[in-house]
Structure formats: C-alpha cells, structure tokens
Design a protein around this ligand. Structure first.
Ligand code: HSE
Length: 381
C-alpha cells in the first residue's frame, strides 16, 4: 500500500523512516512546506500527491485544522485511506471526516492522535463492538507528565521542565495546548467518540499552569502525587468529558507513571478495568501508531468511530469530587469547605466537600477573572 506522508516535523520524520523499512507498506512522497522540497522524494504540491493513481493512503502529521482539514477531505473524497495523528482535527472535524469516509469507503483511522504509541483508541474501537464501555480515564499528555515528574522527583522548576519537554520533542508547537490541558481534552474527546459514539462539545480543561513549587512540596508532605488526568464516562445526563489535575496516594499506579509515559484505562461492561501504559509522546512512539493504523487498513479496518456517531454537549453535573484548593482567603465562601489545611499569607489551602466538576471549574474561572490566583486538584478516592 503506497502511502504519502503529510508533514516532515517530529512525527512526519519518524513515519518516513518507519515506512522505508516496513515490509508491506510502500513509501510515497512526503509533503513539505512551500519551497522546502529539497529532495526528490519531497514535494510541496498536495494536488500532485492526490493525483498520483498509484497512491492508496495518506498519513497526516501536519497538525492543526488548516490546511489539514482540506487535505483530509480531499483524500477521503478521492477514496484514499487517511490515517492521522492530528487530535485537533479529529476532535473538531471528526463527524465530517467520518461522513466523507463513509461515502467513499476509504478508511479513516486516528489511533496515533491519542496516547502516542499506546493503543488506547485501537482497543476502545475493538472493545466497544463486543462489550460496551462505561468509562475511559488516564494520563494522556506526555509533556505535562514529564514536567510534573521532573518537578516532583528532581525539584526542576516549571519553565525549565517545559523547555526540557520541548527539547525532547514531546510538546506541541504551541505548548500552551499541553500545559492548559487542552491537548489531553482533545484526546479524551476522541476516546468518547470511539467508546460511546458521542463526540462531546463543551468539555472542561484545567492544566498544570497554576502549580508552584510550594504546592508540590505541600502535596508531597501529605504523601500525594500530582498527575493530569483526562476522563470521560457515561453519566445520567449523557457523557462527561474533562481534564483536571488529580492527587494520588504515592503508592497508586498513576504515581509510578514517570517521564513522558501515558497510563490509559477503560472499564468495559464485561471485561472490567483494563490499563495500558507506554510512551505517550515523541517521534517514534507516535509514528509507530500511524504505521499500526496503516497495517490495520491492510487487514481490512475502515473505521474507529462506531456507526451513527453523534455530537452532544458534555454533562458535568453528574460527576462529583472533593478538591484540594489553594485560593485567596476572601474567595473561600465560593466553595463548600470541609477542612482548612493551611494558611500561607493571604491564601488558604482548603479541602472541599464533594462537588460537581463544573462547579469547581466555574469557581476557578470566576476567581481568576477577578485577578485571584487559584490552584485546584481533585482527590482520587
Ligand atoms: N504534545 C503531546 C503530548 C504529543 O505531550 O502528549 C503527543 O500527543
């Protein structure tokens, strides 16, 4: 199966190298930016790529919506298979792309867009057919896990940890998507689409930007380890879909997830809880997932989203959690306080009662709007 690669950045280079040595896949051209086609196997003309009748598939590693969406639609409408590592594209345009794939009969696979090399979506797609999935959750962003790990085990400061994650090729071109939790939210939207056939809109995301070295030391003094968790589950009101920092006891499996690793778990109706762990970011882990999807196409796979994919507003009223919060003393009344755990200058550390996820995120938004600083993390219980 002759495959073109779109993009020659961190992931695109990995796919190019892996394609060259794959047994049953054939290397097609690599699309690069205008004026950068400085090798015979590179091109800057997408229409010429598409016009090549010998080409069966396209592996996309450009990222972003524009021009990736245009390329994806043209590929699928031309009846060529499309595999992608682009989370933003699939989270935002997944329904349209799936419809185009359904119409032409081409494959649309995107397991590389969630979990790097970890085959979470691949397994969700299989499990939802025969079993039924209730919940998906886990560490789905390698950059922030790497940063939190550095900050907790080595005392590295936030900026230095981010720079290291960028140098390792884990971070997005704009790392604000990583540290704000948006990247992990996009991934868990794909998990919801694959597991439940529902692409949720209005998902909530809180990242790791608010945490200080003092916060980390405070958590460590209580035997707690901070991780950024993405979660989606079936609820009374549909499906929830959010990312937020969570504190785990230091002997929990999540606390043992180091470096750029991801730990993704899902609960099947019959199979119970299954966890998958591995490198969630980086050139070769992500490239390997794109190659895996191309191999799946060869085995006859055509889709990851179940038939009848719908879009729906996420439900955040039904999931309740207790939060450990650092907030300005004057903002204390905005949350139900079960216990004051500390006072540092004008700031309190409080433990809330069990509150809906959206109440916590909304309170943080209001406090920040007024210029207050707040950091919150759910307690894993
Ligand atoms: N920036 C992403 C991460 C890359 O750190 O997880 C892999 O999706």
């Amino acid at each position: 199966m002759k495959t073109a690669v779109l993009g020659y950045g961190t992931v695109g280079k990995g796919v190019y190298e892996m394609l060259r040595s794959a047994k049953d896949l054939e290397q097609g051209p690599v699309l690069v930016r205008k004026g950068k086609a400085d090798e015979p196997w590179k091109t800057d003309d997408f229409d010429a790529v598409l016009a090549d009748d010998s080409l069966n598939a396209v592996a996309e590693a450009i990222g972003g919506i524009d021009p990736a969406f245009d390329y994806a639609m043209k590929t699928l409408k031309a009846g060529k298979h499309f595999v992608t590592a682009n989370k933003a594209l699939v989270a935002e345009k997944g329904s349209e792309l799936q419809a185009a794939a359904d119409e032409s009969g081409a494959a649309f696979l995107f397991s590389a867009a969630c979990g790097g090399g970890v085959p979470l979506l691949h397994n969700l797609a299989l499990s939802q057919r025969g079993d039924g999935i209730l919940k998906v959750s886990g560490i789905l962003n390698g950059t922030t896990n790497y940063m939190l790990d550095r900050m907790q085990r080595f005392g590295t400061d936030y900026e230095a940890a981010l720079k290291m994650a960028q140098e390792m090729g884990y971070a997005e071109a704009d790392p604000s998507a990583d540290v704000s939790g948006l990247d992990a939210l996009r991934k868990v939207i794909l998990a919801a689409g694959t597991a439940f056939g529902i692409l949720p809109s209005g998902g909530l995301h809180e990242g790791i930007e608010s945490f200080t070295a003092e916060d980390i030391r405070f958590y460590q003094s209580k035997g707690l380890v901070l991780r950024l968790i993405a979660q989606t589950e079936r609820t009374a009101g549909g499906v929830s879909c959010f990312t937020e920092p969570v504190l785990f006891p230091d002997n929990a499996p999540e606390a043992a997830v180091l470096e750029n690793n991801n730990l993704a778990s899902y609960e099947g109706r019959c199979c119970g809880k299954i966890s998958l762990m591995g490198q969630g970011a980086g050139r070769y882990p992500t490239a390997s997932a794109l190659i895996r999807d191309l191999e799946s196409v060869l085995s006859g796979e055509r889709r990851m989203f179940p038939e009848g994919l719908k879009q729906a507003e996420a439900d955040h009223d039904s999931v309740k959690r207790r939060y450990l919060v650092r907030l300005p003393e004057e903002a204390k009344e905005q949350l139900p306080c079960d216990e004051v755990q500390g006072k540092e200058g004008a700031y309190l550390r409080i433990l809330t009662g069990a509150i809906p996820v959206n109440r916590m995120h909304e309170a943080a938004r209001k406090i920040r709007e007024k210029g207050g600083r707040i950091a919150f993390a759910a307690l894993e219980e």
